[in-house]
Design a protein around this ligand. Sequence first.
Ligand SMILES: CC(C)(COP(=O)(O)OP(=O)(O)OC[C@H]1O[C@@H](n2cnc3c(N)ncnc32)[C@H](O)[C@@H]1OP(=O)(O)O)[C@@H](O)C(=O)NCCC(=O)NCCS
Length: 161
Amino acid sequence: MNFHTRKWVKPEDLNPNGTLFGGSLLRWIDEEAAIYAICQLDNQRVVTKLISEVNFVSSARQGDIIELGMKATHFGRTSITLRCEVRNKVTRKSILTIEKMVFVNLGADGKPAPHGREQIRYADEAYERYRQTVQSAADATAMAAANEAEREAEHDEEAVH
Ligand SMILES: CC(C)(COP(=O)(O)OP(=O)(O)OC[C@H]1O[C@@H](n2cnc3c(N)ncnc32)[C@H](O)[C@@H]1OP(=O)(O)O)[C@@H](O)C(=O)NCCC(=O)NCCS
């Protein structure tokens, strides 16, 4: 499970009992899970389809630092299923678990579209794709500059003759 995002529990996140408000936590989880699904499926058009039973295992208090963990457990044709856990960053005590969050990959028409993914994509793979994109952009710029220089050289030769 990947624990990427940390949150600091502040006064505005508390319920009348003085502990972390469940609604705040669910909002954070939904956003974190959506970002995870977007990165895995390489598509910004992803919507939450289903959130299974939410287990609020223990309370977090003001000042606690918590971390949000995600793991893809199933890749469907148009959907991805995640398991989520929130825990105290320092004590590692579990705060919340959600067995299933299902996100659906949408096409430009807003309808479910096949995503073509079958397994978890790791950060180094995403970095490699980014590096290749930057490299090909740099190659294209260098090629255009070389072509331009060649054209200018031909033009200069013509002028000399
Ligand atoms: C997401 C939505 C487009 C899916 O429409 P749909 O008619 O259910 O689409 P499909 O029947 O083709 O199912 C799409 C995928 O969702 C899965 N799915 C549908 N209902 C499901 C359910 N109750 N539980 C788990 N998965 C479900 C299907 O198995 C399918 O996955 P697969 O292709 O990997 O097998 C539609 O339900 C919707 O727009 N919902 C609102 C989304 C939303 O606004 N979310 C909150 C804000 S992000």
